[in-house]
Ligand binder design. Structure first.
Ligand code: IDP
Length: 149
């Protein structure tokens, strides 16, 4: 089973959308196997967004991500990386389709509520940054048998 890293960013927490995001993930049939509610350390935020270090929005992004609590998740399931990107919607909320989290609840790119890894390499890297060696807990769900062929 594939695993991906998902974050409800500080704007999502502040707007009371943690439950909405968790609910969409669970209803889709993906399994939450790791969860951490914390104010992200600056070093972790910089490492997480390292690919954007030279972009003009980098400093503001790191400042925002570390300004208040966020919810880190590890989500497991078939094709979970692609599926989570689809659930979140396009990076720019104006381009995010209705029915996606960003399409339904966000307006500004800098306040787009959620993150999800964009590749298997990114998922592995991001899970390591945010969960380290912490045990991830897989468990049976009673609908497992109906979700997969
Ligand atoms: P993603 O979050 O959909 O993977 P990325 O292009 O990797 O999108 O950008 C990471 C995050 O950086 C975005 O989710 C958004 O919060 C922020 N970001 C990207 N582009 C801009 C911008 O032009 N202005 C402000 N923030 C931006």
């Amino acid at each position: 089973m594939e695993r991906t890293y998902v974050m409800v960013k500080p704007d999502g927490v502040a707007r009371g959308l943690m439950g909405e995001v968790l609910s969409r993930i669970e209803k889709k049939g993906l399994k939450i196997v790791g969860m951490k509610f914390a104010v992200m350390e600056e070093a972790k935020a910089k490492e997480h967004y390292a690919e954007h270090a030279e972009r003009p929005f980098f400093a503001g992004l790191v400042e925002f991500i570390t300004s208040a609590p966020s919810l880190s998740l590890v989500v497991e399931g078939g094709d979970s990386i692609k599926i989570m990107r689809a659930i979140n919607g396009a990076t720019k909320p104006a381009e995010a389709a209705p029915g996606t989290i960003r399409g339904d609840f966000a307006v500004d790119t800098g306040r787009n509520l959620v993150h999800a890894s964009d590749s298997p390499e990114a998922a592995e890297r991001e899970i390591k940054i945010h969960f380290g060696d912490a045990a991830l807990i897989s468990y049976p769900r009673c609908d497992d048998a109906c979700l997969y062929e």
